[in-house]
Design a binder for this molecule. Sequence first.
Ligand code: ADP
Length: 422
Amino acid sequence: MPNRQIVLPASALVLLAVCTVLIAIFLLVPSFASRAIFAALVLIGVAFLIRYALLARIDYNEHQIESRADRNESAPESFELSKLLEATMSGMREGLLVVNRDMRVVASNNAAYRLFNPTPRRLESQRLTELTRNPAIYSAFLDALKGIERSGVKVETHGPERLVFDLRVVPLASTNGSGAEGALGVFFDITRIERLESVRQEFLSNVSHELRTPLTAILAFVETLETGAMEDQESNQRFLSIIRKNASRMHGLIDDILELTAIEGGNVQLRSAPIELHALVNEVVSSLATKAFANGIIITNSVAPEAVVHADARRLEQMLTNLIENGIKFNREKGQVTIRSESGARDKILVEDTGEGIPAQHLERLFERFYRVDRARSREMGGTGLGLAIVKHLALLHGGEVTVTSDLGKGSTFVIHLPHSG
Ligand code: ADP
């Protein structure tokens, strides 16, 4: 432990002596008023003493810190400064690169190493031009060496994975004040932010587009009615039903958007419990019976009567409704939809159809929002293009997933995988 001795200035010692004398007088003085005055004086004296003591202690601590810094020592109870700096640099997600006046790297961290991904040589002592040919990086460091701070420089890498960085470079001033001795660059990884931003923009433009189409139709038919078609009994019924169809399409779209936003935003709470799958599938099939009948499709519930899965009943029903409805919509005339289940490390619910199938190049993107194989056909059938995205997110929420396989001309199989109920 360091010596924490407090050195009091001479004036404080004089004050201490005066206080002692005052206390002695206080004890000798008989009247109450005089005692009160003496007591007040003593209190003031003590307050001064405490203040001196505190100031002396602060001075002492500062002195200790300064002398440690002079000797390049660290406090015994704290980390060693160089180790702390090293740990901070290597733990940082941001790439850090320091170059000297000759544009040679003098310090870097792991993140910078990963960013430049050079041959397994160290970055240190390499020239910046050896690390990267990116002119934006080079000119930002060059400017910093001229004393100009640069920020918001967008840097993209085109390796196996496309990464986007926001680069900020600051000059490192020399101690003698003769301009910049070097430059320090920090590469902030904004790949995720960029991706989210582009997803958001794409989503907004899709939503606007999806809403505009039915809205345009509604406006056009209202205008037609207003300009005379109202009198024509036969056409006004037809126009009104077109208006209704488009309005309910907008309604369905908004419902699906809200639903998807709630699921993705984590605002849907699952109430998972063991479910008798055969009975649940029967309910879904009954609710879609009219649609199936209209399309001449036969739905078969081939789930074993004893099959049990662990899921949120309402949400599983929603997933199955979406998949079976698609099986009906995208089937051939007099086709079939069959629902089966398999128990294993993960429970599987399979929805098979005998439709036209899905070309392989579409399979990877099929669960993306608004992705359709045939946009016009989907719209014509009142689809929103969000059904499979909802299924995907609900499956993920259950700790499972949804997959698809398809045979062109023969049909498709969608599989909901759920954690095994045990
Ligand atoms: P929607 O059915 O509203 O168009 P979905 O998200 O449910 O939207 O489906 C996206 C697209 O995937 C559909 O437009 C269709 O092109 C394709 N699709 C989905 N299910 C099937 C299926 N069973 N057979 C063939 N294509 C399908």
